[in-house]
Design a protein around this ligand. Structure first.
Ligand code: 5GP
Length: 210
């Protein structure tokens, strides 16, 4: 029989939310690159694919009818309307990662986070704030080609997402992507060590003390 492992534990659902422009995608990429123990959950969405995106990697891009079918089949752990489109976390994505012994990174909004917390109270929720609204506006202004109205609408959405910051377990300010990614990594390490998730500890300690 295998030795009892003190590292054996339940997989973790690790949620990162932020307004767009706060650097969440960069931080998620850094975390995934630094830590092979965590995998991204690829959501399904009805929004159109953007240049540079890959179907199945960034999202599973589906039409409204396919999204309806997934809802009817109860394929989603959560789903929500965001900016007039639908986005949802597929149960199959999460199960695949957990069964492979990995933790799961979910880049979802506050609505999805609230729903997921109902389904699984054990989730870890991280919120990333921009250093200032001025800086966020600079980041959302992009290449300077968008109209003032478009930028104002993005700022309004960002303020709406930020209003949910207090529903999260950890709140970080991203004024430096490397430092923020290191903080996210530290949270992940600490959460992995939490006693309640470490199903292997009881047998390990029994083996230690007899
Ligand atoms: P984008 O279209 O810019 O990739 O994402 C827009 C927003 O949708 C982001 O705030 C992102 O966190 C959120 N989002 C992406 N996937 C999901 C999902 O599966 N569920 C929910 N509730 N939100 C999602």
């Amino acid at each position: 029989m295998a030795e009892p492992s003190p590292l054996k534990r339940r997989g973790l659902l690790f949620v990162v939310s932020s307004p767009s422009g706060a650097g969440k995608s960069t931080i998620s990429r850094m975390l995934l690159a630094a830590d092979p123990g965590i995998a991204m959950s690829v959501s399904a969405t009805t929004r159109p694919i953007r240049e540079g995106e890959i179907d199945g990697t960034h999202y599973h891009f589906v039409d409204d009818a396919a999204f309806d079918r997934l809802v009817a089949e109860e394929a989603f752990l959560e789903w929500a309307h965001v900016f007039g489109r639908r986005y949802g976390t597929l149960q199959s994505e999460v199960t695949r990662a957990i069964e492979a012994g990995r933790d799961v990174l979910l880049d979802i909004d506050w609505q999805g986070t609230q729903q997921l917390k109902q389904v699984d109270p054990d989730i870890v929720r991280v919120f990333i704030l921009p250093p200032s609204m001025d800086e966020l506006c600079r980041r959302l202004s992009g290449r300077g080609t968008d109209s003032a109205e478009v930028i104002a609408a993005r700022m309004e959405r960002a303020a709406g997402e930020i209003s949910h910051w207090a529903e999260y377990d950890y709140v970080l300010v991203n004024d430096d992507a490397d430092a923020c990614a290191a903080e996210v990594g530290a949270i992940l390490v600490a959460e992995r060590l939490k006693r309640e998730r470490r199903t292997g500890l009881v047998d390990f300690v029994r083996g230690l003390t007899g």
